[in-house]
Design a protein around this ligand. Structure first.
Ligand SMILES: [Zn+2]
Length: 202
């Protein structure tokens, strides 16, 4: 499950887009032109009562795919983080846009599922500031240990990217929350339930 696919070689984010608009847009491309940005396997658009998103074809997702078998909750978490960040910047009087909205010249840009240049990591939500600084926002619901949190955080810091963790489900343990506070100075908790009928577009 992903909001973003490579369509005709370019990023396409489905967030907030109407299904019929997406179907029209995608109809111009063949199966081999709609690919997972991580493993490059073909993906297809799924709608049906929930936010439009891309899925791998059954049993075609390689184990090496870094998008993982994401849950609806994780998908919703990313959308909610983007919505919350956009609102926070607007409340501060700052210019901001969320992919696939048109960019605001000189404004803050929020994008979901951003593949880092070496392809090793996909940031759940990436905020890019006009001066070039970037801040990754990571939603983590599956169990994770402090060593892995440290590794992923170090990966971002090595690239000059700040990171904030949003922990929910099995990841929201006392030790992980404490680690985030001690190492990063902040930590958010996630309590997102799948609500297939509610449109939370940012
Ligand atoms: Zn994939």
């Amino acid at each position: 499950m992903a909001f973003v696919a490579l369509v005709g070689g370019k990023r396409l984010c489905t967030l907030g887009q109407e299904p019929h608009v997406l179907h029209d847009l995608l109809s111009a491309f063949g199966k081999e032109d709609k690919l997972c940005q991580s493993c490059k396997a073909p993906v297809f658009l799924r709608c049906g009562g929930r936010r439009p998103h891309f899925s791998h074809y059954p049993s075609s997702r390689p184990d090496s795919c870094k998008t993982g078998p994401e849950s609806v909750e994780h998908l919703e978490s990313k959308a909610e983080i983007a919505r919350m960040l956009k609102k926070a910047y607007i409340d501060l009087g700052l210019a901001v846009s969320v992919d696939p909205e048109p960019r605001v010249p000189g404004g803050i840009r929020i994008e979901l599922e951003v593949s880092l240049p070496d392809g090793e990591r996909i940031a759940d939500v990436m905020v890019s500031y006009p001066g070039g600084a970037q801040h990754a926002h990571e939603a983590q619901l599956a169990a994770i240990g402090m060593a892995e949190l440290q590794k992923r955080t170090t990966d971002y810091h090595a690239r000059g990217i700040d990171v904030t963790w949003y922990l929910g489900g099995s990841a929201c343990t006392d030790s992980n929350v404490q680690w985030c506070h001690e190492k990063l100075g902040n930590c958010y908790s996630l309590a997102v339930s799948p609500n297939y009928n509610q449109d939370l577009r940012p």
